[in-house]
Write a protein that binds this ligand. Structure first.
Ligand code: ADP
Length: 216
């Protein structure tokens, strides 16, 4: 199975689609947001710096993000293929990633752009609940995305939590950061001939469209 990269604005459904793909195709799910949230809990200078970035909605330095990603990519479960959720997020990260792939002899794979109107992403942010253990994402405001038991993860049974950066103020900064730094990557991947655009309006419809791409 080829690797998959999701490029999308905040709350477009990268995490949701990654969880569905991980379950069905046994791919490793690598969310740089999750890696950074975990690293932000460390009581040291790096942990405090990451915590501040996450709280403000700004990007963490490329160096730290790449270090965490490189370490993760070397783990055994990535050998069958992996999903990158939240990386790369700017052109420097793309260039560094392309170099890393060469070193580790890994294929770029598919790049899937999940497109979603800003208003819908904003609505999703407000109802989003995340599993702190397995990273699965739910939404208590959107039919079809609610957990089976309110507040409990369908996948592993852990109590769901709300992310600290899921508020309107931070969303607006994350969205602007996406427009300025991440959206331009679409052109780059289009030129390489690896880009697929999928509207992310309905979870199951979107998943079917992604399956069609990766099975062709
Ligand atoms: P969302 O896509 O909904 O914003 P993520 O979990 O992907 O959620 O990211 C949350 C935060 O983690 C970002 O706002 C940013 O501060 C940080 N982050 C995630 N991925 C990266 C990355 N590739 N480079 C720098 N910072 C990142």
């Amino acid at each position: 199975m080829k690797n998959i990269i999701f490029i999308a604005p905040p709350a477009a459904g990268k995490g949701t689609q990654s969880t569905l793909l991980k379950e069905k195709y046994c791919l490793a799910h690598i969310s740089t947001g999750d890696l950074l949230r975990k690293a932000s809990l460390e009581e040291n200078e790096r942990g405090h710096y990451i915590k501040d970035c996450l709280k403000s909605g700004k990007l963490v330095s490329d160096e730290i993000t790449l270090d965490l990603l490189t370490e993760r990519l070397k783990q055994e479960d990535c050998k069958n293929g992996f999903i990158l959720d939240g990386f790369p997020r700017n052109l420097d990260q793309v260039l560094a990633y392309e170099k890393l792939l060469e070193e580790l002899q890994i294929d770029l794979g598919y790049v899937i752009f999940l497109s979603v109107p800003k208003e819908l992403a904003e609505k999703r942010i407000l109802g989003r609940e995340t599993c702190p253990d397995c990273g699965a994402v739910f939404n208590d405001q959107i039919e079809g995305s609610k957990p089976k038991v309110p507040g409990i993860c369908d996948v592993c049974g852990t109590h769901l939590t709300k992310r600290k950066d899921d508020n309107l103020e931070t969303f607006s900064i994350r969205y602007d950061t996406y427009m300025e730094h991440t959206k331009p990557l679409i052109d780059h991947f289009e030129k390489l001939g690896v880009l697929y655009t999928v509207p992310s309006i309905d979870r199951d419809e979107t998943f079917k469209m992604i399956e069609k791409i990766i099975k062709d």
